[in-house]
Design a protein around this ligand. Structure first.
Ligand code: RP5
Length: 229
């Protein structure tokens, strides 16, 4: 798998870069981290960018604050995708770095994430590498699904969580009676949702959960409009 190169302008940017490295570690993507500054060590920054493709990198993250020209300087020396993280500094709350990073002139693109957006920078690199890597693409789908599950779990008063063999199988909204979420696997296998649920034997579990809830709440009629029946 291609590596991700992470360059930061100063070790004071490390707390932001750590969000990127944590994300890459979780996805088991190899990476290298360096401190190279576009203004303090311009030669080293340039050399890294010029040799990055040959050295097995697939994308580069450049994190810098203040007059943040690091991402642009790296991008000027490679045609690998460069993702810029504008880092927040004390005086201008990161607006200085945001504008310096995002406003690249035509011809040298830098994909700029949010101020201090270390995790998104890593996810964008992962998505770039996953274009040619099905296993990684599946991991990203699984992460999206699990992130969605975490949000929906917080809506526990209105959403049923149905489980199958310890895995989250789906969610049914208590007021709308809709299937809200199902694992990304359903999409990957290319099967219609209701067919997939039937095959996994989950429809019955979802229905049972809804019926329990309806009984407890003295609701006589249940309509499901998601195709699970
Ligand atoms: C930038 O200047 C660095 O990326 C850092 O965000 C900022 C301040 O650097 P230090 O003075 O903390 O080294 O080049």
């Amino acid at each position: 798998m291609k590596k991700v190169g992470i360059i930061m302008g100063s070790d004071s940017d490390l707390p932001i870069v750590t969000k990127a490295t944590d994300t890459l570690k979780a996805l088991e993507i190899p990476f290298e981290v360096h401190v190279y500054s576009a203004h303090r060590t311009p030669v080293e920054a340039r050399d890294f960018a010029v040799n990055a493709r040959e050295n097995g990198f697939g994308a580069i993250i450049a994190a810098a604050g203040m007059a943040a020209h690091l991402a642009g300087a790296i991008a000027a020396n490679t045609t690998l995708p460069v993702i810029g993280i504008p880092c927040k500094s004390s005086n201008l709350d990161g607006m200085d770095a945001l504008l310096s990073t995002v406003q690249m002139p035509t011809g040298i693109p830098v994909a700029t994430v949010a101020i201090n957006g270390g995790a998104n920078a890593a996810l964008l690199c992962a998505q770039i590498i996953a274009v040619e890597d099905k296993e990684l693409a599946a991991k990203l789908d699984a992460k999206r699904a699990s992130d969605a599950a975490k949000v929906l779990e917080k809506d526990y008063e209105r959403v049923f969580v149905a489980e199958c063999d310890g895995e989250i199988a789906g969610f049914v909204h208590a007021e709308r009676y809709e299937l809200l979420y199902y694992p990304a696997m359903v999409n990957i296998l290319g099967l219609a949702v209701d067919e997939m649920f039937r095959r996994l034997g989950i429809a019955a579990k979802l229905m049972a959960a809804v019926e329990d809830w309806a009984r407890e709440n003295d609701i006589k009629e249940i309509r499901l409009n998601s195709g699970i029946s």
